[in-house]
Design a protein around this ligand. Structure first.
Ligand code: PMP
Length: 361
């Protein structure tokens, strides 16, 4: 029995049932003698895998018919460029909310292609909070407004979505997609790299409303043209076939567990357990985010005595609790509680924190 738990921010743990299914199915030889690794991307077998994954995701998220679901090669950072290159059209401006590390990376990249207005700003002061949702300043002639609803590194999340009027809302949902129901119709475009809740690295899901499939900027590589990928159902060139197969298995697993409402319930419970333990530690551990802005998936916390950070990481690893080191930009600790993390893992972490406090407090 493996009692270790992986709290990594991504790539992160997969459900045991998905790993077991992958072990059996990916290596199985089909009618043509090939395994999933060997199937041509244009063939029937992979076509069925792709269609099943797309249909399952559409179902889980209740994606409206006027949205395309694309499974594209590469990570979310690639989308930091693909989004402005594909959506800018004839507009001169794009707007971004700065909510911390990953939105700042997205802003820097977009600035290479368009005039970026920072519509709302992250203060970076404690307690940490996402930008206030009222009165964002969007420029005229604005192609879209981009947000990062869950900041994986900072450990903060928006408590609600902003109202951007007619300006399409674009969201980097890399660390929160499929952790809760989401009203897709509120967005013009959503994107999420797969290595957290959708399987393995190398693939990004893009969900885009069809009226936003514009002529891209002239220098866009053809493999990065959303219109072409939508027209060819993500097979304009070789897609990341194994990552798509894994994503399909993750979607099936989520559906079997009860869908997104159940993921949300479990996620809220896990996060409440851990934040409550942090808050009840008498200041030995502390969480820097304001309570309503705390990410339920990336729990950022720290030891009041920072000299104990490395000993705690070692201590917890000896107990089978791995990858609790905070993001390199911030230090401290972070426990990522994606869908695959069972509640027992969170309880094991809380017990470990209590024992550590008794030994070092
Ligand atoms: N956006 C967010 C919110 C992320 O968490 C990450 C990765 N941690 C990225 C973007 C970058 O993704 P990738 O490494 O796949 O480019």
């Amino acid at each position: 029995m493996n009692t270790s738990y992986n709290f990594a921010a991504g790539p992160s743990g997969l459900p045991a049932a998905v790993l077991e299914r992958a072990r059996k199915e990916l290596f199985a030889h089909g009618d043509d003698g090939s395994t999933a690794f060997e199937q041509p991307f244009t063939g029937e077998a992979f076509g069925a895998t792709l269609a099943r994954a797309r249909a399952r995701l559409r179902d889980l998220l209740a994606v409206p018919d006027n949205y395309h679901i694309l499974f594209l090669a590469g990570g979310a950072t690639q989308q930091f460029s693909m989004v402005p290159l594909n959506l800018l059209g004839n507009a001169a401006h794009v707007a971004y909310a700065d909510s911390g590390h990953w939105s700042q990376r997205a802003i820097r990249e977009a600035g290479r292609y368009a005039a970026v207005t920072v519509a709302a700003r992250y203060e970076g002061e404690r307690p940490l909070a996402a930008p206030p949702l009222s009165a964002w300043r969007l420029p005229d002639d604005c192609a879209y407004c981009h947000i990062t609803p869950n900041e994986t590194a900072d450990g903060i999340a928006y408590p609600a979505l902003p109202d951007c009027g007619d300006v399409p809302l674009v969201a980097d949902v890399t660390s929160c997609l499929l952790t809760a129901p989401l009203e897709v119709a509120r967005f013009g475009l959503l994107y999420a790299a797969a290595q957290k809740n959708l399987g393995i690295a190398g693939m990004t899901v893009v969900i885009v409303r069809d009226d936003l499939l514009r002529r891209p900027a002239p220098l866009v590589p053809s493999s990065c043209d959303y219109r072409a990928q939508a027209a060819q159902e993500s097979r304009a060139n070789t897609p990341p076939t194994i990552a798509i197969a894994l994503a399909g298995m993750m979607f099936d697993w989520i559906a079997q567990q009860g869908g997104l409402a159940e993921m949300h319930t479990r996620g809220q419970r896990k996060a409440a357990l851990l934040y409550d333990a942090i808050d009840a530690s008498g200041g030995f551990f502390r969480a820097p985010a304001a309570p309503v802005h705390r990410s339920p998936v990336n729990v950022r916390f720290e030891l009041a005595n920072s000299a104990l950070t490395a000993p705690f990481i070692e201590y917890s690893a000896r107990r089978g609790l791995h990858h609790l080191r905070g993001h390199s930009a911030f230090g401290g600790l972070r426990a990522s509680l994606y869908n695959a993390m069972p509640e027992e893992g969170v309880r094991a972490l809380i017990a470990c924190m209590a024992d550590f406090t008794r030994s070092y407090g």
